[in-house]
Write a protein that binds this ligand. Sequence first.
Ligand SMILES: [Zn+2]
Length: 79
Amino acid sequence: MITCRDVTERLLDLELGELPEDEARAVRAHQAACPRCAAFAHGYAAVPALVREALESAITPELQARLDAAVREALRDAG
Ligand SMILES: [Zn+2]
């Protein structure tokens, strides 16, 4: 059984498709049963694209600000 904290820590890898399948399954199962983590994942969905962009180019102050805002928004949505 994984915890909300486990789910939160694995979300980025899950969204990037880098989480091992058994862990991905556990995270999805937790989200299906936990509205808070489901809401967090929903808010988090915009982050991977920003992260990919960050990895492909130097992080500019503008990009850093957008990334910070997206993460803050995801955390707020999660309550
Ligand atoms: Zn949870």
